[in-house]
Design a protein around this ligand. Structure first.
Ligand code: HEC
Ligand code: HEC
Length: 209
């Protein structure tokens, strides 16, 4: 045993450091194991999978991932009977504990944003004009704004963005603003867009990557 008080303090310090290191690596091992479940639908490079309808999630902000996973778990998102794609995601979220949600969200957020394929071709100039409404919450580069609960849209799969705009408009997502305050905010916004305007605005968002 070390004799001096200083030597004891050093020993205690290294034991504490070792403990926190091992709990850190436990969290990232757990994050990796949980992420393996996500990959089967969201794509093995995290790039999204259109056939399954699962969008890119890698590199989304941790706060947004947590919010959405909790909403899926509680049925605030994907509670609507017509939310076919949301229903594929909901059982996964329900199987996660609150602790799992925090761990996997930190893991996913720390992964680099992958490049996504563009699949939508609209009129970019018209889209830019429509996008001026979105700037207030999503930012000029569609980078998102945590204070307003608005996620980044740049770098997302265009087919996924289109589906969400249609879901908001049809009240399939955010249809109950008493339970989903942030989702409810997209209601009026999406109602003002017809199919053509949605394609154009998403084409413009593609250019912001
Ligand atoms: C069985 C397939 C499946 C699995 C497994 C799955 N997801 Fe999903 N996920 C989906 C689908 C489909 C959507 C799109 C839902 C929609 O269109 O509203 C989605 C949407 C999401 C969203 C919303 C993204 C956004 O921009 O709002 C998040 C976050 C998410 N998934 C995280 C995860 C995580 C984390 C895991 C692993 C723990 C996971 N998912 C596993 C199918 C799956
Ligand atoms: C008043 C603020 C506000 C404005 C203006 C706004 N949004 Fe949103 N948007 C939000 C919030 C908040 C969310 C997150 C909803 C949630 O938590 O489910 C969101 C979510 C979205 C999503 C879903 C993203 C995902 O990953 O699932 C899309 C797509 C979207 N907005 C597109 C747009 C477009 C396009 C415009 C402009 C035409 C726009 N928004 C204008 C606040 C806004």
């Amino acid at each position: 045993m070390p004799k001096t008080r200083a030597a004891r303090a050093v020993l205690l310090g290294s034991i504490l450091a070792l403990c926190s290191l091992s709990s850190l690596s436990w969290a990232s091992d757990k994050g990796k194991a949980l992420y393996a479940l996500c990959s089967s639908c969201h794509g093995f490079k995290g790039e999204g999978n259109e056939a399954v309808g699962a969008p890119v999630i890698d590199g989304l902000p941790e706060w947004y991932l947590i919010t959405q996973l909790v909403k899926f778990k509680d049925g605030i998102r994907a509670g609507h009977p017509r939310d076919l794609y949301g229903h594929k995601m909901r059982p996964m979220a329900r199987s996660l504990t609150e602790e799992d949600i925090k761990i996997v969200s930190a893991y996913v957020a720390a992964r680099p944003k992958p490049a996504v394929k563009e699949t939508v071709q609209g009129r970019i100039v018209d889209g830019e004009a429509k996008f001026q409404v979105c700037v207030a919450c999503h930012g000029t580069k569609a980078e998102g704004n945590q204070n307003l609960g608005a996620p980044p849209l740049a770098g997302a799969n265009d087919w996924y963005l289109l589906r969400q705009l249609k879901n908001f408009k049809g009240k399939v997502r955010g249809g109950d603003p008493t339970r989903d305050v942030f989702g409810g905010q997209m209601q009026g916004i999406s109602a003002a867009l017809d199919d053509d305007a949605m394609v154009n605005v998403v084409t413009y968002i593609n250019s912001l990557k």
